[in-house]
Design a protein around this ligand. Sequence first.
Ligand code: DHE
Length: 481
Amino acid sequence: MVASAWAHAGTVSEAATAYQQHCAACHGADRLGGMGPALLPQSLERLKPDALRDVLRQGRPATQMPGFAGQLPETTLDQIANWLRTAPAQAPHWEVADIRASRVVYHAPGSLPDRPAFQADPSNLFLVVESGTHHLSVLDGDRLAPIHRFQTRFALHGGPKFSRDGRYVYVASRDGWISKYDLWNLTLVAEIRAGLNTRNVAVSDDGKWVLAGNTLPQTMVLLRADDLSLERVYPVTGANGKASRVSAVYDAAPRSSFIVALRDIPEVWEIPYATLEPRVIALDDVLDDFFFDQPYRHILGASRNGAGQVIDLDAGRKVADLALSGMPHLGSGITWRRDGRDVMASPNLRQGVLTVIDMQTWQTVATIATNGPGFFLRSHESTPYAWADAMMSPRRDTLQVIDKQTLKVVGSVTPSPGRTAAHVEFTRDGRFALVSLMEDDGAIVVYDAATLREIKRIPMDKPVGKYNVFNKTTRSSGTSH
Ligand code: DHE
């Protein structure tokens, strides 16, 4: 062995030993997580190298994570940070028995009252994901005031998914935990860890099933919606025998099926509620980002290099190409009616544009220049405007307001200069627009949707997304589903 390889081996074993001494009690001897989150390369993908070193040195405020600066030498902390980015010697696995053993039932089905425990209109509640110290807040959408706050698992991602009556909500953490809350009783009902790294979750419109899509392991996990018990694990392997990570799972209510987008193989899967057996649709290209038309007949998809295509799910094939550039974020697209035709608009993660597409001809109707690349786009049936952020750009503090008829920018709001503002959701009646000020001492900033005047601020801990029960359960065309 050459000298550098000896040195590397020594470093690895020192880091591993330090991990077992100082970290394993909370994060698990196998790094799969415990009281603290999993520390696998996939779990740390989104944390910049400096941010990881800072957490090791200074800890995480308002959590059990202590800082090790002064307690461990700087070199050891750097070694641990590097070592955590490498795959464990034993490939992590998460089998049926692990999933089953992880399940916790806090309230058995049928054991809680069937009526809301509060005065607020249950259909105009908002759920806000606060990513700072990992909480969910429940807002009364009429009084625009919080009524409850829950601790959640580490790093929720993706939209919460509601049962049709709005009573239950299902959320997924990046660490693979699926949690079910009863919003009428304001309590956690059950939890299960479906994977080690999870993309998102979908709930069947008939209220029976919850489907989680994983990147680690490469599986989909079907749960019973009532108590989150495990029904089935689907290994995700393509016709060519190659395994794939899941990009996302969606509930296609009008088709009574789930649709599964895959990350590494050119296939889309449809899983009808009736059979629960996947129907595989072969594609020319892998899709990374997707949008469904309202009937869920078509998928508008884009690969990471920006190539766009339209898939007809009934025919099971591509029916059109889309003229897209940059990195369109079709998943955040919305639709509305303009001059008697349905149009779809999508933000772009790389370019300061919104692309507007005719849903009949699949041609681009307009390209609207914005302040910069953005993540989310939102509207509501009762407002003439769509709201777009520019959170991937230096103008991340400003949202622009676009007239859905003229396709012109007609206004803007800057809740706090220099501080990131993004993700809008409207009240049930579309009168107010709630914007996230995504900072540690952030807020939900409420605007009058007609005058763009600020109405109030509700302090929150790094709020990311917010979700209105009525808009979600009625599948408003101005929001995500
Ligand atoms: Fe998301 C939804 C993918 C990074 C906040 N994001 C989704 C969905 C997908 C997705 C497929 C739809 C799932 C659903 O709602 O069920 N997101 C991705 C990525 O591939 C990407 C770019 C990289 C990654 O590591 O996953 C990514 N997402 C982010 C962020 O950095 C954001 C801004 C902060 C965060 O918390 O991670 C972020 N994503 C969100 C939010 C939604 C979301 C708030 C739900 C939007 C909604 O309104 O429904």
